[in-house]
Design a binder for this molecule. Structure first.
Ligand SMILES: Cc1cc2nc3c(=O)[nH]c(=O)nc-3n(C[C@H](O)[C@H](O)[C@H](O)COP(=O)(O)OP(=O)(O)OC[C@H]3O[C@@H](n4cnc5c(N)ncnc54)[C@H](O)[C@@H]3O)c2cc1C
Length: 503
């Protein structure tokens, strides 16, 4: 007899773990299968020679200590529910932008300070700047008043509609707008509009016209309210706390356990098959894999394969992690930076450098007297296909490319090359290998002009098979996949007969 549980979750990314922990806390027996030997996926940590590096994410929303700040404070609310508070360190600046022609902006947590500094660069646009960011604020105010739940759950929609009719209607209208088109109603200066594009690109990997206003209302407004808060001990601490919550309430996680198939009988998912052919059965199966991997590899039904043109596929990343002599990082250096050398290239592969220095907030992540740096830029698997990944040519090509990126960062940190004591690199192929993500992609993106509500929700065409994570609404980013996890858990819990309480 195959083992049987209420819910199986395939993958321990933040989306999968959030679903699992909330369902287990509600009393549904839940098991997570993760192919790696650690949790967190793109939001995990790894250790090397005394350094604790972030594998991916490091800008975090939803961790405000003041829980009365609103319903978008999702991480604080989840960890309170699980009884697993997470210590975080407040970051005064979300991102320090470095752009062509000496144009620099610091996205201060203090909203007035941010708006005033932008207004000093564009005095002729001062009023428009305030009105544009006020638009984002109005979206934030709506979202921050509504409880998180599933848009596929009629009971949830009815509750929101009855309790917040005006806000729900206003939000419906806001979903029709893009961030870029809204910006163009208030702003004309081409350089300023490029900056607005970069604000979108910084997390959405798309320009502002392709980015829904609603998403911008979270990322570019909540930074001034709940703020950006970094978990003490590194980004892996988030996943580790979710795992502790899951296990504390009786759930389990199995590492080194790759799911090879979702077992479908009579049109409904009934369990999974693991590498080695072990089968486990469940009333509901949740896939935290991407939409391409779920329907290209895990579900054996060619009719459900995702057509290539259904979504835009975001690129993957080339990543560099450095251990450096601490003396190279000047006092007052901010944690997060974005560097654009030329506007013509900012959205081309490798055109924008993302760059973080987490040790400026948490020195315990590096040996005494050292700092660690994390640099990454967009890349595609085809750029690295020509190499055998065990060959010295591959190692040499990675090193040479990494050195060329470090050189570009020297505009900020002169002499950085000579200060490097440890360098680790990852190509898009590394992302495919570690995360099972098709082409190592950051995930599916909306096409320009598509409504945010056109993003897939948690239900799938296969009965009892659900999807969670960045292939689902609302999209990429840790706070987004956390929302997706809450929405998925809420839908399944109601379906299995015991609705979740609002967070
Ligand atoms: C370089 C980089 C920087 C980023 N920076 C930020 C940032 O600063 N802020 C932010 O909010 N977001 C950031 N993001 C985005 C954010 O990290 C992701 O959107 C989010 O973590 C994705 O979570 P997820 O749950 O969808 O899945 P993933 O993180 O992809 O996790 C899925 C998990 O499922 C496992 N899995 C897949 N298939 C199987 C299978 N068949 N069997 C078993 N296990 C399986 C994988 O091993 C993985 O652990 C960044 C991402 C990257 C790559």
């Amino acid at each position: 007899m195959a083992e049987s549980v209420d819910v199986i979750v395939i993958g321990a990314g933040i989306g999968g773990l959030t679903t699992a922990a909330l369902l287990q806390e509600r009393g549904f027996s839940t098991v997570v299968f993760e192919k790696n030997r650690f949790p967190g996926g793109s939001c995990s940590s790894f250790r090397k020679r005394g350094y604790t590096f972030d594998a991916g994410a490091s800008v975090f929303y939803g961790f405000c200590e003041d829980d009365s700040m609103g319903t978008l404070n999702l991480h604080t609310r989840i960890f309170r529910k699980l009884g697993e508070p997470l210590q975080t360190i407040s970051d005064p600046v979300q991102i320090h932008y470095h752009m062509p022609a000496g144009f620099e902006v610091l996205a201060w947590r203090d909203r007035n300070r941010f708006l005033e500094s932008l207004g000093r660069r564009f005095p002729h646009e001062k009023e428009g700047i305030r009105r544009f960011y006020d638009e984002l604020e109005s979206v934030y105010d709506i979202l921050n008043a509504l409880p998180a739940g599933s848009l596929e759950d009629v009971m949830h929609l009815a509750a929101v509609g009855v309790q917040h009719p005006l806000k729900a209607a206003a939000l419906g209208v806001k979903t029709l707008f893009s961030m870029g088109k809204t910006a163009r109603r208030y702003l004309q200066d081409p350089e300023l509009l490029r900056f607005i594009d970069l604000e979108a690109y910084s997390w959405a990997v798309q320009d502002a016209v392709s980015t829904p206003l609603v998403n911008a209302g979270i990322c570019l407004a909540d930074r001034h309210h709940g703020g950006i808060n970094y978990p003490a001990g590194g980004s892996g601490a988030i996943a580790e706390a979710l795992v502790r919550g899951l296990v504390k309430f009786g759930g389990s996680i199995r590492y080194g356990a790759e799911v090879t198939k979702v077992i479908v009988e009579n049109g409904a998912a009934v369990g999974v098959r693991l590498q080695g052919n072990e089968e486990v059965r469940a009333r509901a199966v949740v896939s935290n894999a991407t939409v391409w991997d779920t329907f290209g590899r895990l579900v054996d039904d060619p009719r459900l394969k995702v057509p290539e043109d259904r979504y835009l596929k975001a690129p993957s990343w080339f990543q560099i992690w450095l251990g450096v002599d601490g003396a190279k990082i000047p006092p007052g250096f901010m944690m997060h930076h974005i560097i654009v050398d030329e506007w013509a290239n900012y959205d081309k592969l490798g055109g924008t450098i993302y760059f973080s220095a987490p040790t400026v907030l948490d020195p315990s992540l590096a040996p005494p007297g050292k700092h660690l740096l994390h640099l990454f830029l967009t890349a595609e698997t085809w750029q690295w296909d020509q190499y055998d990944d065990r060959s010295s040519e591959y190692q040499d090509a990675k090193e040479a490319f990494a050195r060329s990126i470090i050189k570009r960062v020297e505009t900020l940190l002169p002499g950085l090359q000579d200060a490097v004591e440890l360098m680790v690199t990852a190509t898009p192929q590394t992302h495919v290998r570690y995360l099972n993500r098709r082409d190592g992609s950051y995930g599916p993106l909306l096409k320009p002009g598509q409504n945010i509500l056109q993003k897939p929700q948690n239900r799938t065409p296969v009965k009892n098979l659900y999807a969670v994570g960045d292939s689902t609404f609302p999209g990429q980013g840790v706070i987004a996949v956390t929302y997706s996890g809450i929405s998925c858990a809420s839908y399944i819990a109601r379906k299995l007969g015991q609705a979740l309480e609002y967070l």
